[in-house]
Ligand binder design. Structure first.
Ligand code: DP6
Length: 336
């Protein structure tokens, strides 16, 4: 066997329409609730993993810079794959995002989905998508969903070992090709990350139990809206889930305010557009960016309305895309 084992993969971020917020097991990263998302197109993480028997330790370079903060999480994720393969080789990991990292665009979702996909191939592990979803979940919950494309559900699961808390595709992107317009309202890294925000919400928010109790109904409503391609019903449940997640976080102690003034202004604009008949709804994650989901014919109107909202720094438009997949390592070298 040669001392070097290498592969590269690409994965795209996803945006939850029915949110994941809260954990039932922090060690295995099992969610307190199931969730439903859409995987994006156009935004990506590309990652090359090179296991080298001679390396003394793992190395992680993100967007051209050694990333010490994330290196430990990357190593823990690789440990799970090394354990399965029965090897101790360290790895050189080079990763690139074509969108701002840590700005509420789910870079950890695409990042760990790409990492698991590349590392499994480099180690020659014949893992199913379901097994990759489970491994990606251990690193970051939302990464379990980016293994798949289109409309994706990540199950809460019942088992204590978490084997059934994995994602699956509900519907292909091409079946219902909605568009997503992301309004960037700040370029600063968020103050309180998702894991810490979830923990604080569970420990101190009076709304935590109510959030969990209602999730099954929201999941059922979203599943049937997706099956029927019913935009209005999906809009209602997605905005409801988003606002509830933020209500829960706002009521934590101290309260988590992920929004800025521009975020709120953009939400009003999107509501006004829908009120005037434009098929669009919003969702916001643990950060200040606003994601507007719309039917394709409305994308231009939505884009123009968000670009004209005072305080919006940039708008990024994308479609719905595929799950994580292997790519030529060369695609990473020449990636823009
Ligand atoms: C608000 O997947 O980043 O985007 O599992 O702790 O890594 P960890 O959390 P992460 O949380 C995402 C939270 C969210 C909602 C969602 O994507 O469902």
């Amino acid at each position: 066997m040669p001392p070097v084992h290498e592969a590269a993969a690409q994965a795209q971020p996803n945006i939850a329409l029915v949110k994941y917020w809260g954990k039932r097991d922090a060690a295995l990263n099992l969610p307190a609730v199931g969730s439903i998302s859409i995987t994006l197109d156009g935004l990506w993480t590309r990652t090359r993993v090179r296991f080298d028997e001679r390396l003394p330790q793992d190395r992680f370079v993100l967007d051209g810079r050694a990333d010490e903060r994330e290196a430990a999480r990357v190593s823990r994720c690789l440990d799970l794959l090394r354990e399965r393969a029965g090897v101790r080789w360290r790895a050189d990991v080079v990763s690139r995002n074509n969108f701002p990292t840590a700005a509420g665009l789910a870079s950890s979702a695409s990042g760990f989905a790409a990492l698991v996909t590349a590392a499994a191939a480099a180690l020659g592990l014949p893992l199913s998508e379901t097994e990759k979803s489970e491994l990606a979940r251990r690193a970051s919950g939302s990464a379990a969903r980016s293994i798949f494309g289109g409309y994706v559900e990540w199950a809460h699961g019942r088992r204590a070992d978490g084997k059934d808390s994995v994602a699956q595709c509900l519907r292909a992107a091409a079946d219902w090709p909605l568009r997503v317009v992301v309004a960037i309202t700040s370029r600063a890294a968020k103050e309180v990350g998702s894991s810490a925000g979830m923990r604080r919400s569970a420990e101190t928010s009076p709304y935590h139990a109510a959030w969990i109790a209602a999730q099954e109904d929201d999941l059922a409503a979203a599943r049937s809206a997706i099956a029927a391609r019913d935009f209005q019903r999906l809009a209602e449940v997605a905005e409801h889930s988003c606002l509830k997640m933020h209500a829960l976080a706002l009521a934590a102690r101290p309260g988590l305010i992920y929004w800025n003034g521009t975020t709120v202004e953009a939400l009003h604009r999107i509501r006004a557009l829908r009120g005037s008949g434009v098929p669009v709804f919003f969702t916001v994650d643990a950060g200040p960016q606003v994601k507007a989901v719309c039917e394709p014919q409305a994308a231009e109107t939505v884009r123009a309305a968000l670009a004209a909202t005072p305080g919006v720094l940039d708008v990024i438009e994308c479609g719905l895309g595929a799950g994580a997949r292997l790519i030529e390592a060369a695609a990473l070298e020449c990636a823009a």
